[in-house]
Ligand binder design. Sequence first.
Ligand code: AMP
Length: 123
Amino acid sequence: MAEAYDDQNVFAKIIRGEIPCNKVYEDDHALAFHDISPQTAVHVLVVPKGPYVSSDDFAAKASDTEIAGFFRAVGKVARDVGVDASGYRMLSNHGEDAHQEVPHFHIHIFGGQDLGRMIKPPK
Ligand code: AMP
């Protein structure tokens, strides 16, 4: 069974304006902000405005309008931060094996440097 959405998670608080973020972009469907602990030269998070726990929850429950709006925003954010020409990697962690930390669906955009191929194996 899918995990219930916890509206006290940190991204829910950022969306409601209860805690600050370093905002990159916002529209009706999405909010994008710089990751607080960047892993690469460019590391931006894009979150949908709606209450979705993970990519799985979003894919199953979000409306077509929300899904289209969200992914349009992801593309716009990548262009806005200037990584569309050089390339970037999108990543979304879902659940325990992926070590998802924040239970509000988000896509990481990594770029601004050579990212290597795919992912590093765990140590
Ligand atoms: P994940 O493991 O995919 O759930 O990643 C969660 C990400 O959220 C991590 O990269 C954190 O550095 C980032 N993060 C946590 N709190 C904040 C915050 N207040 N503002 C920006 N990024 C955050």
